[in-house]
Structure formats: structure tokens, C-alpha cells
Design a binder for this molecule. Structure first.
Ligand SMILES: *[C@@H]1O[C@H](CO)[C@@H](O)[C@H](O)[C@H]1NC(C)=O
Ligand SMILES: *[C@@H]1O[C@H](CO)[C@@H](O)[C@H](O)[C@H]1NC(C)=O
Ligand SMILES: *[C@@H]1O[C@H](CO)[C@@H](O)[C@H](O)[C@H]1NC(C)=O
Ligand SMILES: *[C@@H]1O[C@H](CO)[C@@H](O)[C@H](O)[C@H]1NC(C)=O
Ligand SMILES: *[C@@H]1O[C@H](CO)[C@@H](O)[C@H](O)[C@H]1NC(C)=O
Length: 475
């Protein structure tokens, strides 16, 4: 479980609120399941070991529910560590917890260390194959006398939330419902405006300090002016304490992308208490960042020195980062490489900015350029319409029992379902919530909105469990 770095008093308060003494660290078993590399064809017949974690401390046997985390793009322990919600509710629901690793991440490599070396080995890295892994694993988990009547509920955050929703849509016999936290299932084609994502980030910076978003808006032109001379380029490398110095004007785009990603990541993890999801950070990190960006009307060097102080809140909060690495935006175990392949195949998400309604440099969505980059990096080209053909886009009202939760601070809420689509496709908006805050552990600093969201999620899970038990018992 994520560590709670609280003062002694808050700890006491938290213990009171939970009505319990300090709980011991959660225990789980690490297990492996042999999965077919290709579920949908018969020529590639080999298998790989999929890792999954199981905690049955609170499981009510027989027939108690199984909460199944649909792993996303990273080491599965990153998600078991950051999904305290499941650990918090296990006892109340009498549930077994399962965290299933997504193929091609963590230890679940279909072709071992060759998996990423050639497009022919990467060919089986798709959401459909991952969902099939989950469905097959769930069938196996339900194979015992004790579990055969257990209702399974899919839970996931971010891409894992998309998978949870899609698992319920595609395999309704395998899971009775899904909690899809911060799941941008509509960040495809033109289902949502492509600039909403960056606008959401901008709103967070605007409300976290005067002059903050404006300083960032102005920084792009200042950076461009710096890149005009070798002196400027050298100055930037030194002032930003870069591990590898910028060399020429061609490095400008990558440098600015890195800054943009940093601002976006901050919006994702703008949590109300210290946390360590992408990087170790203080409570409300954007407020800390904005303390350095109060004055947008400075000369270029002063403005950019402030920008450095601001991003250093993100990269060097612990004070142990010797230099900043512009090819990295997170120390956590989210796997950028795997996701970049997925984005270049199925997960084509259009983003754009205009520099007016947002604080970023204007950039149109250019599918052709994106496709060319993908071809260069991976030797394959994306299929932007496949995901919506596969999962229905906005036409999903034939599905049922899915909760879509989104925090209003989270850039990914832009592509999320923010209004209920039926009486069992429920949208929950979490005011002052960042990226899947509801899946994190209870915390004394939680806003009321997330406490209410979690209570609703538990109430719906209980409803699904009860309906399943009535069905099993023929009532
Ligand atoms: C999850 O937490 C465990 C125990 O604290 C730690 O060993 C492991 O490295 C963490 N996983 C990740 C991906 O951070
Ligand atoms: C993969 O691992 C094997 C055995 O550990 C090693 O011999 C081989 O060189 C590795 N291949 C690559 C591409 O890393
Ligand atoms: C990080 O903080 C430490 C301690 O203040 C400092 O010595 C170091 O230079 C900082 N790193 C960067 C990249 O600024
Ligand atoms: C910077 O990050 C890249 C990508 O993670 C890594 O390969 C490289 O070694 C890092 N450089 C330094 C100096 O840490
Ligand atoms: C959803 O329905 C609309 C209206 O009928 C249609 O235009 C659209 O193509 C459908 N989307 C998908 C992915 O089938």
C-alpha cells in the first residue's frame, strides 16, 4: 500500500476515522498463469507466464466476491501499491483481491527479453489479447468449488480503467460489473475535442496561483529565443541542470515536449497529500510549483530560471536528483516504451493545443506526421478507427454495470464518460480529484468528494454482488 507520510497528529486522526488501530502491511501471493501468446489464431501456439497477485486474507468462502484489477502499462506491483481502495474495501466486501499483470509489462513477457526487439514479437501486444488473458484467467480462478459462484468485479485506473470497462462490455459473463476510474475511453477520433486535455491542465495551473499559467504560456517564446544562439542553448543546459546538454536548435522541440509532459504529469498527480505515483511529491504539488511562477512579466532568463525552480518541484522534491534527464518524465514503473507501441497501433489519441484557451504552444493534431513517426520507431502504422469499431465509441448503451469516475483536475477526464449513460452506466465526478484519486487509500486529507465517490462505488459493488447471488440462487 502507498505509504502515508503524515504528521503524528494526522496519523492519530486517520486511525480514529478508520475506527481501527494501525493495520499491518497487506500480504499477497505472487502467482503465474500460462497464457496463450495468441488467443485469436492457431498458428502461434506457444504460451507465456502471466504474473498475478492474489490476496485472500478477507475472502469469504465459498462464493465471496473477487475484485480483479485489470493491469495496465506497467509492473503490476505499481498498481497494487497504488490501489489502496481495493485493500481498504476487501474486508467489508469479504473479497479476494487479484491484480493481473498486462502482457508485455513487468514480468509478463510473451517472448522474454526478445519481446521488444522486433515487430514480429510485439505483434501480440493489443488490448484484445490483454482482455482475453483476463477472461481466461478469471475462468481459471473460478474453477474451484469455493469460487465457482464468486461474482468478479473488474477494477482499473487510467488505461486499466479502460480495460475494466471493456472487459465488462466484451465479456459480461466473466465480470458482473466494472469500476473504470479515470478511463479515457473516448479520447479517440473526434469523440471529444482534441484540446480539452490541455485545457484541463491549464485550468489546474490557473487556479493554483496567480501568474502561474501565464508564466508557462510566456515561457515557450522565451525558450525559442534562447535556442536562437549557441550561448542561449548552453545557458539553458546549465540552468536546467541537464544530464546531457542540448546541442543545437533541433533539440528545441524535444526540450519543450519534455516540459509540456512535466506540466501534464503534475496535473495527473495533483493529489491532496504527499504521494509517490510518478515521482515523490508534496501535497497539492501544483500549488508548490506555482509559488515559483507568480510573475509572468520578467525578462527571458529570469522567467526561465523560475520555470526551472518550478519543474524541480516535480523532479527533485527529495533533493537527491543530481541532474535532469529530458528523455524521462517519471521514475515510476509506468512503461513508456510499451505504451508508445500501443499508441502507435490501437491507442491513437488525438491531442492538440492552441496557446489561447490553454498554456501550451499551439500544435495541431497531425495524424500523418504521427503515423510517420510510428513507422520510423516501430515499423508499423496506427489504425485510428479500430478501437471505436472494437469497443463501440459512444454507442455503448447496450452495456451495463459500469462506473466511470473522473476527477475534475485530471487531464484524462477530457476523454472520459462524465455523464451517466443509463441507470447502470454511472458517471461520478470527483471535485478536486486528480488521476484516479478514488482508487488510492483512504487518507485524512481526502476531499469530501472522493469519500462520497468511494462510498457510491462500494454501494454499487454490493448491489451487483447481491444481484449475482440472487441469480445464482434462482431468486
Ligand atoms: C511496491 O511496493 C513494494 C513494497 O514496498 C516494493 O518492493 C515495490 O518495488 C513497489 N513496486 C513498485 C513498482 O514501485
Ligand atoms: C536474453 O537473455 C538470454 C539469456 O539470459 C541472453 O543470452 C541473451 O543475450 C538475451 N538477449 C537479449 C536480446 O537481450
Ligand atoms: C536537487 O536538490 C539538491 C539538494 O538541494 C541539489 O544539491 C541538486 O543540485 C538538485 N538537483 C537539481 C537537478 O537541481
Ligand atoms: C535518461 O533517460 C533515458 C531513458 O530512460 C536513459 O536511457 C538514460 O540512461 C538516462 N540518462 C541519464 C544520464 O540518466
Ligand atoms: C455510433 O452511432 C452513430 C450514430 O448512429 C454513428 O454515426 C457512429 O458511427 C457509431 N459509432 C460506432 C463506433 O459504431
Amino acid at each position: 500500500m502507498a505509504s502515508l507520510r503524515l504528521s503524528g497528529w494526522s496519523c492519530l486522526l486517520l486511525a480514529c476515522m478508520l475506527g481501527s488501530v494501525v493495520r499491518s502491511a497487506p500480504t499477497y501471493e505472487t502467482l503465474y498463469f500460462d497464457q496463450k501468446i495468441d488467443h485469436f489464431g492457431f498458428y502461434e501456439d506457444s504460451t507465456f507466464r502471466q504474473r498475478y497477485l492474489v490476496s485472500d486474507t478477507h475472502w469469504r468462502k465459498p462464493g465471496g466476491p473477487i475484485l480483479f484489477y485489470t493491469g495496465n502499462e506497467g509492473d503490476i506491483t505499481l498498481f497494487s501499491n497504488n490501489t489502496g481502495f481495493m485493500w481498504d474495501v476487501a474486508e467489508e466486501l469479504g473479497a479476494m483481491l487479484v491484480f493481473a499483470e498486462h502482457r508485455y509489462y513487468g514480468e509478463s513477457m510473451p517472448y522474454g527479453n526478445l519481446s521488444y526487439t522486433d515487430p514480429k514479437y510485439l505483434n501480440y501486444l493489443t488490448s484484445e489479447q490483454a482482455l482475453a488473458d483476463f477472461a481466461v484467467l478469471i475462468r481459471f480462478l473460478k474453477g474451484s468449488v469455493e469460487s465457482k459462484d464468486s461474482p468478479v468485479i473488474a477494477i482499473g485506473g487510467s488505461y486499466g480503467g479502460m480495460l475494466a470497462a471493456w472487459l465488462r462490455i466484451k465479456y459480461p459473463h466473466a465480470v458482473v460489473g466494472a469500476i473504470a476510474a479515470s478511463a479515457p475511453i473516448w479520447q479517440f477520433e473526434d469523440l471529444v475535442p482534441c484540446n480539452l486535455y490541455y485545457q484541463t491542465v491549464t485550468n489546474d495551473f490557473e487556479k493554483s496561483g496567480t501568474g502561474c499559467a501565464e508564466s508557462i504560456t510566456k515561457s515557450w517564446a522565451a525558450i525559442n529565443r534562447m535556442f536562437k544562439t549557441d550561448e542561449g542553448i548552453g545557458w539553458l543546459s546549465r540552468e536546467f541542470h541537464l544530464c546531457s546538454p542540448l546541442k543545437c536548435q533541433d533539440d528545441a522541440a524535444a526540450f519543450k515536449n519534455w516540459l509540456s509532459e512535466t506540466w501534464v504529469n503534475l496535473a495527473m498527480v495533483d493529489y491532496p497529500y504527499p504521494a509517490n505515483f510518478l515521482e515523490p511529491l508534496p501535497a497539492w504539488p501544483i500549488k508548490e510549483v506555482c509559488k515559483h511562477l507568480r510573475n509572468p512579466n520578467l525578462d527571458d532568463k529570469k522567467l526561465l530560471q523560475n520555470i526551472f525552480q518550478a519543474i524541480n518541484v516535480y523532479y527533485n522534491y527529495t533533493g537527491i536528483t543530481p541532474c535532469l534527464n529530458t528523455s524521462q518524465t517519471a521514475v515510476g514503473s509506468l512503461d513508456d516504451l510499451g505504451w508508445s507501441y500501443q499508441a502507435c497501433t490501437e491507442m491513437v489519441m488525438p491531442f492538440c493545443s492552441d496557446g489561447v484557451t490553454d498554456m501550451f504552444e499551439p500544435q495541431a493534431w497531425n495524424f500523418e506526421a504521427f503515423s510517420d513517426d510510428c513507422y520510423k520507431q516501430w515499423g508499423i502504422r496506427p489504425r485510428p478507427e479500430w478501437i471505436t469499431s472494437m469497443y463501440g465509441g459512444k454507442n455503448i448503451t447496450t452495456a451495463s454495470n459500469i462506473i466511470f469516475s473522473n476527477g475534475d483536475l485530471d487531464p484524462w477526464s477530457a476523454g472520459g464518460v462524465k455523464q451517466s449513460l443509463s441507470d447502470s452506466l454511472i458517471a461520478i465526478i470527483i471535485t478536486d480529484g486528480a488521476h484516479h484519486l478514488d482508487l488510492r487509500s483512504n487518507n485524512a486529507n481526502d476531499p469530501k468528494s472522493v469519500i462520497e465517490a468511494r462510498a457510491m462505488e462500494v454501494a454499487y459493488m454490493k448491489k451487483w454482488i447481491k444481484e449475482h447471488s440472487q441469480q445464482v440462487n434462482g431468486i
